[in-house]
Ligand binder design. Structure first.
Ligand code: SF4
Length: 251
């Protein structure tokens, strides 16, 4: 599994790559959202590359202890309660995105893919949610059908205001370049994809609690939420997460 020391070792390499990542982001056109429910697309944490995940942990290093603890706990809460509860992206905070300038490619490209492709992906996500529901059922947990169907329809309200709209193939090629940029991170990149399914909330919870404890708490939290609707295990897990577990370069 990936430790904080692994992330710390990757940080100097990542810092050299981040300006190039911003350069790739800038190949996307500037957009405006005309949705009457702005932020609804932030209904879940986006998948991101290992480089983007390291960039998020780097941003967290600039936070004071109280903010860092609160942020890490929001990520852990999302990881531990998903899919028993709907939880928004932890970067949403109480208002707009708190990492907007650094938001990952997935957020930037959302709404730019064609409606046909977006509809296919929405369908795939809903099917994946249903499969996940079956998986939890085998562990004795019955999720509500509404949770399995929670993927919203693909957004049709993003408008390009400057620059040229990109075709699906151009967006895909840009996404491949974003992934390829992380190659110097070596095994961290493949481990993040294969072991953490590109989910930074899983990575942060594993760093905060230890990987085995994170999984055991998750099982207990989901069971308790669905069986009794209480939060004893969740509160116990979150109490164990503190800024000290995420500080790089400090004892
Ligand atoms: S990173 Fe920001 S833009 Fe992306 S889903 Fe989270 S809150 Fe929304």
């Amino acid at each position: 599994m990936i430790s904080l020391e692994d992330v710390a070792s990757a940080m100097p390499v990542a810092e050299l790559l981040l300006p190039r990542l911003q350069g790739l982001y800038e190949a996307l056109p500037e957009t405006i959202c005309t949705c009457d429910q702005p932020g609804v697309c932030c209904h879940s944490l986006p998948e991101m590359t290992a480089l983007e995940a390291v960039s998020m942990i780097r941003l967290m290093q600039g936070m004071g202890d109280a903010e860092l603890t609160a942020t890490a706990r929001r990520f852990a809460e999302l990881f531990l309660t998903d899919p028993a509860r709907r939880a928004e992206c932890p970067f949403l905070g109480d208002g707009p995105c708190t990492v907007y300038v650094h938001r990952p490619f997935a957020c930037r490209a959302y709404g730019l893919w064609s409606q046909d492709l977006g509809a296919v992906r929405t369908q795939e996500s809903r099917e994946a949610n249903r499969a996940l529901g079956q998986l939890w059922k085998r562990h004795g947990v019955e999720l509500s059908p509404e949770l399995a169907e929670r993927e919203p329809d693909y957004c049709a309200k993003v408008e390009v205001i400057s620059g040229r709209p990109l075709s699906d193939s151009a967006l895909m090629s840009l996404l491949q370049r974003v992934y390829a940029l992380g190659a110097p991170l070596g095994s961290l990149q493949t481990r993040f994809e294969l072991e953490y399914h590109s989910d930074v909330s899983f990575l942060l919870t594993s760093i905060g609690l230890g990987a085995k404890k994170a999984m055991l708490f998750k099982l207990a939290v989901i069971k308790e939420t669905m069986d009794r609707g209480t939060e004893t295990h969740l509160r116990r897990a979150l109490d164990q997460i503190s800024a000290a577990s995420f500080r790089i370069g400090k004892p």
